[in-house]
Ligand binder design. Sequence first.
Ligand code: NAP
Length: 506
Amino acid sequence: MSNQKVEHHKVAIVGTGFSGLGMAIRLRQQGEQDFILFEKEGGVGGTWRVNHYPGCACDVPSHLYSFSFAPKPNWSRMFAPQPEIKEYLEYCASHYGIMPHVRLNTALTGARWNEQQAHWEITDQYGNHYTATYLVSGAGGLSVPVYPNIPGLDQFKGRAFHSQNWDHDYDLRGKRVAVIGTGASAIQFVPEVQKQAAQLDLYQRTPPWIIPKPDRAMSLLEKLLFKRLPAAQKALRERIYWTLETRVLGMLVDPRLMAIAKRWALNHIRRQIRDPQLRKKVTPDYTIGCKRILLSDNYYPALDQPNVDVITTGVREVTADGVIDVNGTKREVDAIIYGTGFKATDPIPRGLFFGRGGVDIVDTWPEGPEAYKGTTVSGFPNFFMLMGPNTGLGHNSMVYMIESQVNYALKAMEFMEQKGIRMIDVAPSAQAEYNQRLQSKLQGSVWNNGGCQSWYLHPVSGRNVTLWPGFTWQFRQQTRRFDPSAYLFNGAVEASAAGSVGEAAA
Ligand code: NAP
């Protein structure tokens, strides 16, 4: 690190989405003031700021998909639209006094562990240096967009953009538009594009399973009730939580239980699509739940309109003025929209986090990311990764998982301060055992055996590195307390891979 003045903070947080803000607010609530948040965007909100495509909304009910400590009685709908969720996060950031700690338009470009000093050395995009005792990543699992690997993509002369970089200045009215991808994002924006475009060519590689979305506007009476009687909103939150939680039974315990959901989804197709050919095209051939189950009431009706073609033959090539499918049919278009998702299985780019011995975190993960309790990574002391490996969900609210992880990180810090420990590092054997158990639980799951390719599985190793295989309350139980027996302290190293864990060297 150069001789430049270095700013020190107790906690450095990357990102200001639900994770980063959740961490910061809980720190503030405990009276901690010495923390900083790095945010590469011009405002807070994370994924709910950067994703603003038309139709963007949450597919988890908002009364649950919000901080437990910050209920919002006046959600406009059961499933709030993106601008409202972004506003909620902005409100939380300012209400809880987080904004003075946030560096906007400032990307963290590198963090390196210094063993002698027992702190993180951090650099931002302007070359400023910082040090921090603790580093918390709230960078999100779905923030690096993926473009399809199709020949000719850069030859296209019309307008092209990814769902995450929606070009609102581009007027879709009367245009011929190709959409590639039919995932959670696409099914939300396709109905909006269909209303405006002259022609919409939808390139579907794998149809998603879709069930009805029980969305509705919240009544004035409900909003008043929730404001006056917070217990009523809490009761609704609980009801939603436990309803969603039961889905695990089919996903993990006995995939045959998914037959009920399958019937529901097939009826949805029959009710919403008249054209038998189209019904066939959108009916998946893999077990429901293998990919994320999507919720929509306006996607199928949009596909059934005369200005939409669903093309299932695959894309062979993109040319200057159109798209050629695998059968050789060329369809000319004015714009291409990529609904092709994110780099979920490799969420941290190379060259960002360097742990003990200067090792890049990416190099410690030859088979895809892994962590202990999805939060701490061996060789990366005093580092907490929110929404880390195997904390993702196919059935419930991520905010619940984030809050569990935040609690775990706070408990770890509290333990260290009480015992005068400067550095904790999860023992390699503890991390390995934890992941063996996790992977063996995943073996029987619908995500690993449902006959589909999904972003849940690592493209090289095939390991499921994204999902939590269990009830979310089980994760909460595991993260309720800090468990020192899994950790090495103050620079200790494990005697052998099978050696004793957690020499309390403090
Ligand atoms: P996604 O679910 O990964 O979907 C990507 C789509 O692009 C898939 O249909 C995929 O087909 C297709 N695709 C990828 N490469 C392709 C290629 N070369 N040729 C043709 N098709 C290709 O991405 P996403 O829709 O952006 O959603 C990602 C995640 O974000 C979701 O699963 C969810 O967790 C989150 N999300 C949440 C919400 C919400 O409401 N909470 C909304 C949007 C997104 P295959 O299926 O064949 O791979």
